[in-house]
Design a protein around this ligand. Structure first.
Ligand code: IPM
Ligand code: MG
Length: 376
C-alpha cells in the first residue's frame, strides 16, 4: 500500500458534520476497495471555531490545511453567529482559506442525472443535454475588495463595498476556463456586466486577449442578467461559464435548480500549487449549513460525496476511485434512493426510497464496484 494521502476534514456547522461524515465513509470504502490509505485530520472552522477559539479559523489551522494533499469542507454558518454587528463571522473561515491558500478558481460542474429530471421544476426537455461547468473567480472582486461597514446616525447611515480586479487575476482564470473547455465541448461564455462595471470591461478586454491563444475554443461574452435568464431558458447551450466572484456565486445557485437540488452539486477550489499527486484543492458542496435540518440525518450528502470524488481525481490523481464513486451515486439514484430534498417533487407511487443522510451514503457504498482486476 502506498503512503497515505493526507486529507483535512472541516465539518463546520449545521449539516456540515453530517455530510462530511457521510463522504468520509464513502472515501474510506473506496480506498479500501482500491487499496490505498487516507489519513484524515480534523480542523475546526466556522461557528464551531468561533465558539472554541473566538475566531472563524485559527491561522495555524489554515497552515494545517496548506500542508495536506487536499481539504474536504462541509459548510459554515448559522443563526447563532449571524449578528450583523459582530466583527467575527463564520464565513470568514471560507475567505481565510480561499485567500490564504490561493484558491482562485472555483469549479462548479452542473449535470442532470437522468433519473432526477422530474426533481427540477424545469420541463424535462429543457434539461436534456445539460452539462455545464461554472468557473468562478474566488479570491478577488467584491468579496475581497476594501469595504466600510455600516456607520452613522440613523437616517444618515452608509456602507461601502468595492470590486477591484487586476488583469493578472482575470487572465489566469480565463486561461483555466479555456484549458478546461478544450477537454469538453470547446465553448467558453465569459459573463459580466460590461454595460455598467469598469471591472467587467477589463474582463472583456483580457478575455479577448486570452482567446487569441485558443483559436480552437469558441469564446463569447454575455451580460450576467441575460445569462441568468438563458440558464433556465436553454441551459443545455452552455459549456464553460467563467465569471467573477459574486456573479459566479449567484449563477451557481440558480444552476443548481437544473440538477434537481442544491444538495446535488459539488465544487473544487484550486490554486496553482501542485502536490505529489495532483493540484492542491479544497472541495465542498455548494449548499450552505441548512440549520433548519441540522442534526436530523436529513441532509443530502451527494454534493459532498461528489466533491470527494473531485478531490480524489484532482488532488490525489485517483481517477479510478473518483469514477467509481460517481458511478455508485448514479446507480443509487437509478435504484430510486432519494433524500427528502429530491423526493418533494416525486410521485409517491413511483417506487422511490426516501432515506436520510447516513442511509444514502450506505446506498452509495454498497454500489461501489471493485476495481477491474480485483473483482472476485
Ligand atoms: C458559496 C457560499 C459562500 C460564498 C458564502 C457562505 C459566503 O455561498 O460558497 O457559494 O458566497 O462564496
Ligand atoms: Mg453561494
Amino acid at each position: 500500500m502506498s503512503d497515505a494521502y493526507r486529507i483535512v476534514a472541516i465539518p463546520g456547522d449545521g449539516v456540515g458534520p453530517e455530510v462530511v461524515g457521510a463522504a468520509r465513509r464513502v472515501v474510506d470504502a473506496v480506498a479500501e476497495a482500491f487499496g490505498f490509505a487516507v489519513a484524515w485530520s480534523d480542523v475546526a472552522a466556522g461557528g464551531v471555531a468561533i465558539d472554541a477559539h473566538g475566531v472563524a479559523i485559527r491561522p495555524e489551522d489554515v497552515e494545517r490545511c496548506r500542508n495536506a494533499d487536499a481539504v474536504l469542507l462541509g459548510a459554515v454558518g448559522g443563526p447563532a453567529w449571524s449578528d450583523p454587528s459582530s466583527s467575527v463571522r463564520p464565513e470568514q473561515a471560507l475567505f481565510a482559506l480561499r485567500g490564504g491558500l490561493g484558491l482562485f478558481a472555483n469549479l462548479r460542474p452542473v449535470t442532470v442525472h437522468p433519473s432526477l429530471l422530474g426533481a427540477s421544476p424545469l420541463r424535462p426537455e429543457l434539461l436534456d443535454g445539460v452539462d455545464l461547468l461554472i468557473v468562478r473567480e474566488l479570491t478577488g472582486g467584491i468579496y475581497f475588495g476594501d469595504r466600510t461597514e455600516p456607520a452613522g446616525e440613523p437616517g444618515e447611515r452608509s456602507a461601502l463595498d468595492t470590486m477591484p480586479y487586476h488583469e493578472r487575476e482575470v487572465r489566469r482564470i480565463v486561461r483555466l476556463a479555456c484549458d478546461l473547455a478544450r477537454s469538453r465541448r470547446g465553448r467558453v461564455t465569459q459573463v459580466d456586466k460590461a454595460n455598467v462595471l469598469a471591472t467587467s470591461r477589463l474582463w472583456r478586454t483580457v478575455t479577448d486577449e486570452v482567446a487569441r491563444d485558443y483559436p480552437d475554443v469558441a469564446v463569447a461574452h454575455q451580460l450576467v442578467d441575460s445569462c441568468a435568464m438563458l440558464l433556465v431558458r436553454r441551459p443545455a447551450s452552455f459549456d464553460v461559464i467563467v465569471t467573477e466572484n459574486l456573479f459566479g456565486d449567484i449563477l451557481s445557485d440558480e444552476a443548481a435548480v437544473l440538477a434537481g437540488s442544491l444538495g446535488m452539486l459539488p465544487s473544487a477550489s484550486l490554486g496553482e500549487r501542485r502536490t505529489a499527486h495532483g493540484v492542491f484543492g479544497l472541495y465542498e458542496p455548494i449548499h450552505g449549513s441548512a440549520p433548519d435540518i441540522a442534526g436530523q440525518d436529513r441532509a443530502n450528502p451527494i454534493g459532498t460525496i461528489l466533491s470527494a470524488a473531485m478531490l480524489l481525481r484532482m488532488s490525489l490523481g485517483r481517477e479510478d476511485a473518483a469514477a467509481a464513486i460517481e458511478a455508485a451515486v448514479g446507480r443509487a439514484l437509478d435504484d430510486g434512493w432519494r433524500t427528502m430534498d429530491l423526493a418533494d417533487a416525486a410521485d409517491a407511487h413511483d417506487g422511490l426510497v426516501v432515506v436520510g443522510t447516513t442511509a444514502m451514503a450506505t446506498a452509495v457504498i454498497q454500489r461501489l464496484a471493485a476495481p477491474v482486476g480485483l473483482a472476485s
